[in-house]
Ligand binder design. Sequence first.
Ligand SMILES: Cc1ncc(COP(=O)(O)O)c(C=O)c1O
Length: 412
Amino acid sequence: MSADHFVLKDIIRPNIWALQPYRCARDDYQSGILLDANENSYGHSIAPTKARDNSNYTNGTGNGNDQDAALTDHLAAALHRYPDPSHPQIKEAYAKLRGVAGIENVFLGVGSDEVIDLLFRVSCVPGKDKALICPPTYGMYSVCAQINDIGMVKVPQDTTGGRFTVQVDKVLEETAKDPSIKLVFLCSPGNPTGTAVSLDIIENILQSPLYKGLVVVDEAYIDFTQASHPNTPVSATTLLPKYPNLVVLQTMSKGFGLAAIRLGFAFTSPELNQILSNTKAPYNISAPTAILATQALSEASLKIMRSKAAQILKGRQFLLDAFSKFPQDLGPYVGGLDANFIMVPVLNRETGKPDNSRAERVYQAMAESQGVVVRFRGKELGCVGCLRVTVGTEEENETLLARLRTVFDQIE
Ligand SMILES: Cc1ncc(COP(=O)(O)O)c(C=O)c1O
């Protein structure tokens, strides 16, 4: 099995294919007296903070503050320089973590959101080409499509029995009819479905001559999926060696708990990686981000990441058990349990059925009078009445439950 029908050049916009990328001296030389980039030779201009003046930072107590100080010094020394344009060390560490061959397969973006946008920009001609999504799914695919003036073809998922399945035959029917579809987005596990797309489904689309574009598998929540299924491979990265038409997106925003640093990853063929690199802004990944990401990829940090993922799965089970104790107000969870959130329908107490109007009122009351913000997803396909609840800390979960109880007692 492979993708002999796939020709990258046919998927890339001609202006992007012909692009001569911006080059800087730093692409070739990164050490010595650096007088090439018009930076500020006297360094950054941030005033020292009080904490740092009188600090534990330099008192040699051997606690975590010393580490923080080292990190801060490292950061301070890097601030006045443009960052590395390509960050090979991060790519290498991340590829190793995910069992991917090498850095030529890894692209770094300002969150996976930047990569999603770039994929539209390199492959879809505005006003002409299209992308395909399988609702309910992550909202940014449609937003990026609209920003880039790209049409969207929607193939709804099968939502029978409160579960979600991508309808492969229907996807391929659409792509066969419309060769202007250049991107197919599969969110795995899905947001908001919480359901991993099976590798068989992904491979069926990758290998079908009925579709000649790129298959983008968005694995933002993969660390929770892998923790939920420790003995089964769940990531589409295992398919990369066979399929040059595959792009796998991942991020440090979820499992790694680093949403603020904005670092996303795309695994793909070296050829498409080169095209994405040619098109991105020259220094898209900042030095603070790179320094923190490098730390997050150390063995010690990965251990913490995995232990927090395990804690979150425990919290997910705790919430599921607790939700079942509100039988008049909450139905059984909808979708899957492959991520760090639960989709749960709010019921109408009289009919016992999921109720969008009540769910919306509960959502608002929780945010406005109880100070707990969840997400109302009731207008998405197959999600009537649903709130999407991120698993919190133990304390947050307890508070959520107590406040839900208050709100359910108040809202008809
Ligand atoms: C499915 C999915 N993909 C991508 C993202 C965005 O990730 P990032 O923070 O890396 O831009 C999100 C964020 O919620 C998401 O749910």
